[in-house]
Ligand binder design. Structure first.
Ligand SMILES: [Fe+2]
Length: 212
């Protein structure tokens, strides 16, 4: 998939307006996008400024969106436990949890296989997206926040190989470097697995472990 950079992002976003049926709406959105992107470039806006954390070390994992379904204070679970739990009275499946890697940094958990889904289209953002002629879908993904003493906090996600919306994520969150592929489990009868190594950037400001 195409790598999004600060240099080509504006062109990519404007390309999504190709299906916009209203010339006036297209004119307004084109100008808005160009000005907003120019502003972000001029002040070198970072995710730190947007209440997240920058992660720009050369070989560390790319950052991605935190997303609106994050909740603080998820329950810590045993390595290998499942985070999938059907919610009550809602079509969504709530899948979140917190794990502590072992001494070697190894972690494992179970979850439901993610699927692409639409962002809400009944509010102003949805109307803007649909009005621009774009679709409202995000490709299948699993969010991660990875922290360790002495390293920058990583807010990212893994995107699932083969998803039809990988290249046209409505919120431009998917990254080629974050696409993962399911593979057969070496343990007979067990579900397919995603394997991933998260590489963290060294902290710019030293952090220290808090004694238990
Ligand atoms: Fe998400």
């Amino acid at each position: 998939m195409k790598k999004l950079t600060p240099e080509n992002l504006t062109e990519e976003v404007l390309g999504r307006l190709s299906g916009c049926f209203s010339p006036r709406k297209k004119e307004v959105l084109t100008s808005l996008i160009q000005h907003m992107h120019a502003f972000a470039r001029e002040v070198q806006l970072t995710t730190v400024d947007l209440m997240a954390h920058e992660n720009d070390a050369a070989n560390s994992a790319e950052a991605s969106l935190l997303g609106p379904f994050y909740r603080k204070g998820s329950q810590e679970k045993e390595l290998g436990a499942s985070i999938a739990a059907a919610s009550t009275g809602d079509e969504y499946v709530l899948v979140r949890g917190r794990f502590r890697a072992d001494a070697k940094g190894y972690f494992e958990f179970r979850t439901a296989r993610p699927c692409y889904y639409p962002i809400p289209t009944d509010g102003p953002v949805g109307k803007l997206v649909l009005g621009s002629g774009s679709h409202p879908y995000r490709p299948a993904h699993v969010h991660f926040i990875v922290t360790a003493p002495g390293f920058e906090r990583l807010v990212t996600a893994l995107y699932i190989e083969g998803d039809q919306y990988l290249d046209t994520d409505v919120v431009f969150g998917s990254r080629g470097s974050l696409v993962a592929q399911y593979k057969k489990n070496e343990r007979p009868g067990e579900p397919d697995v995603l394997e991933w190594d998260f590489v963290l950037a060294a902290a710019k400001v030293p952090r220290y472990a808090v004694p238990a």
